[in-house]
Design a protein around this ligand. Structure first.
Ligand SMILES: [Zn+2]
Length: 284
């Protein structure tokens, strides 16, 4: 669930709280989320955190000693800062970074899937790491002009899939793609290769404004401790059955196995209902 705005605000809040903090220990307890072994986590002992940042939907925690933790929260992870150590009862933490002032940074994961992961890299290895080297350009603050976006999306695949493909453009997921396509008045099933120049400009504007709107909301409402559930300011996603915030007609949904895609027929699909994927293939 955490997408670009949620990861970005997490990075900003933690960056402000952690700059200069000295690391006392780093551990990956339980089922190991750590995907690297050299350098070992103990290399962080005694180093100071210099920055917390974001790349796509990944978090980076950079420290002295030319080390950087690369973290992917996947669908149910959170990186949170606590005043005290978790202790032995904690079962949801995948990574613990204790600070010498007693605070503890924890990568926690909710639900039964254990998918969140961590790599400890040397800073000069970061850009070349597989996870980052294959990312498309950042969706925010600026994915480039409409012409560039049109090139990126020039494939015979539906927009909702292209925009969530991190190799095409980095940062957008299931929640914000609904908001972006609604703001751009584009059908989720329109093919990327069929975008007109004017539609590409509209889409670019919607990406920048919707992700920016989310961040502005979080800047206003979020402080430490970062809550388990972020107050996402969604107007369309998972609001099927409710009135469209633009035209007032009813928002509809397309259901997949494990998620739902929401849209306004009046604003986005010339009034056509997208009942399922089979039907949607008929819509151009
Ligand atoms: Zn509408």
């Amino acid at each position: 669930m955490p997408e670009l705005p949620e990861v970005e605000i997490t990075a900003r809040v933690l960056d402000a709280a952690l700059q200069g903090a000295r690391i006392a220990y780093a551990r990956a307890p339980g089922i190991n989320a750590l995907k690297t072994f050299d350098p070992p986590l103990s290399a962080l002992d005694g180093e100071r955190i210099t920055a917390v940042g974001r790349r796509g939907k990944h978090l980076t925690v950079t420290s002295t000693g030319e080390l950087v933790l690369l973290i992917h929260l996947m669908s149910a992870g959170r990186l949170q800062l606590y005043d005290k150590a978790a202790g032995p009862r904690d079962r949801s933490s995948r990574l613990l970074v204790g600070l010498d002032d007693g605070r503890e940074l924890r990568l926690r994961e909710f639900g039964s899937k254990q998918a969140a992961w961590v790599k400890l890299l040397r800073t000069n290895e970061l850009d070349g790491d597989d996870a980052l080297a294959t990312l498309g350009p950042e969706a925010w603050p600026d994915p480039g002009p409409g012409t560039r976006l049109k090139e990126l999306l020039d494939a015979p695949r539906p927009l909702h899939a292209l925009l969530r493909d991190q190799h095409v453009i980095a940062g957008i997921g299931r929640s914000w793609v609904d908001e972006i396509l609604h703001a751009a008045k584009l059908s989720p099933f329109k093919r990327g290769s069929e975008l007109s120049d004017e539609e590409a400009d509209r889409l670019r504007e919607a990406i920048v404004s919707e992700l920016g709107r989310a961040l502005a909301h979080y800047e206003e409402h979020l402080t430490l401790p970062i809550p388990d559930k972020l107050p996402m300011p969604l107007r369309v996603h998972r609001r099927n059955g409710e009135p469209c915030p633009r035209c007032g007609d009813q928002l509809e949904a397309v259901f997949y196995e494990d998620y739902v895609m929401c849209y306004c027929p009046t604003c986005q699909t010339d009034g056509k209902l997208l009942k399922d994927r089979r039907l949607s293939r008929l819509l151009k």
